[in-house]
Design a protein around this ligand. Structure first.
Ligand code: ACO
Length: 334
């Protein structure tokens, strides 16, 4: 029985969920043949065993489309019922048109407005928070929120400190009215641009347009200071996780399921330990997909639902952290 002083769910939440990952994947042994690394190092330091990789003809919008169609079917609506499409991605098909507009065309969501969010790994939760507010404001009914990435396209496959970490995939959710006693209770978004240099793709934008020199210097690939990022990630995830619980009058022990961004098993474990939640309530699939950035939380949610680990009435917390830096958390009743 939930006590009265606790904040009630808004009645707006996730009506349908879906995920898609490309069939092809790279194992740690595959990577051993590409760079100076080992299955043991990758497993011990990250928990990752394999990561999926888009086919050459697949771009981010193609992965997003597949996840979106599953989420729409799961919600029991048609693409033409969508009012808004929001895509969180750090790997758009191109600068513009937005990936959300490409998805809108692909799925035939002719009535939907569409836009992208750039918040790296926190993109899906940023989108979820915006979608909830849009629906609660009463102007829109059905909003598609997608997290989709083809990180393997922006990795330097000769840099062992980054190429072993990331994978491709997409997850999507339809946000709308889910009835009394269900839906989002609280959301929290944060960022710290002063730490933006810890994870970035330096060239190809207006600061450093693409030239032969930027290509030669491999500046169109992800650059990361992993160690500093690790510490910042744990701190930000713990703060974000605690914030929505405190704001709503809940304790971590009340949670039925914690789904964090899947970047590194050690970050997930350290976060879970610090917020004091029992191990079996923490969802982990980083071993299977690597870090799929904005796609990781909706992929995990879709998978948890499929496995029967995400059931009606459960108190669920979602927590993300990403480049920017950005972080976010969402507390909801499923
Ligand atoms: N294989 C073998 N050795 C490696 C590899 C590898 N793939 N990568 C690095 N090493 C070496 C390093 O060169 C270093 O060697 P040295 O001591 O001789 O210099 C040693 O391993 C230790 O390196 P560290 O960077 O200190 O290792 P650490 O324990 O910090 O693990 C890791 C590195 C896994 C990257 C970790 O720091 C991490 O997960 N950081 C967070 C990364 C992250 O979450 N990024 C995404 C943020 S979300 C987003 O927005 C996409």
């Amino acid at each position: 029985m939930r006590r009265d002083h606790r904040k009630k769910p808004s009645g707006v939440g996730i009506k349908g969920i879906g995920a898609y990952v490309p069939e092809a994947f790279l194992t740690n042994s595959d990577l051993e043949r590409m760079v100076d690394t080992s299955d043991q190092w990758i497993t011990e330091r990250t928990g990752i065993k394999k990561r999926h990789k888009a086919n050459p003809e697949q771009a981010t919008s193609d992965l997003a489309r597949e996840a979106a169609l599953k989420a729409i079917a799961d919600a029991g609506i048609k693409p033409t019922d969508l009012d808004i499409i929001i895509v969180g991605t750090a790997t758009p098909d191109m600068f513009f048109p937005s990936t959300a507009c490409l998805v809108q065309k692909e799925i035939g969501a002719t009535k939907a407005a569409a836009f992208d969010i750039s918040a790296a790994c926190s993109g899906f939760l940023y989108g979820l928070s915006i979608a909830e507010d849009f629906v609660r404001a009463g102007k829109y009914e059905n909003i598609l929120v997608v997290g989709a990435e083809t990180l393997t396209r922006i990795l330097d496959w000769s840099d062992r400190t980054t190429c072993v970490l990331f994978g491709d995939g997409a997850g999507a959710a339809v946000v709308g009215r889910v009835g009394d006693g269900h839906g989002i209770i609280s959301t929290f978004l944060g960022s710290d641009g002063s730490m933006g240099d810890l994870l970035k793709l330096p060239a190809g934008g207006s600061r450093m347009p693409a030239t032969e020199e930027t290509v030669r210097k491999r500046l169109h690939y992800v650059k990361m200071e992993g160690n500093k990022l690790f510490k910042a990630a744990v701190k930000a995830m713990v703060n974000a996780a605690t914030k929505v619980l405190d704001d709503s009058g809940y304790r971590s022990q009340d949670l039925d399921l914690l789904v964090t961004h899947q970047a590194n098993i050690r970050i997930i474990d350290a976060t879970a330990k610090r917020i004091d939640i029992s191990d079996e309530k923490v969802y982990r699939n980083v071993h299977e997909y690597g870090n799929t950035s904005a796609a990781s939380i909706p992929i995990a949610l879709a998978e948890a639902k499929q496995k029967g680990m995400l059931r009606d009435g459960m108190l669920v917390e979602l927590v993300a952290f990403g480049g920017g830096l950005t972080w976010a958390s969402v507390l909801m009743v499923w």
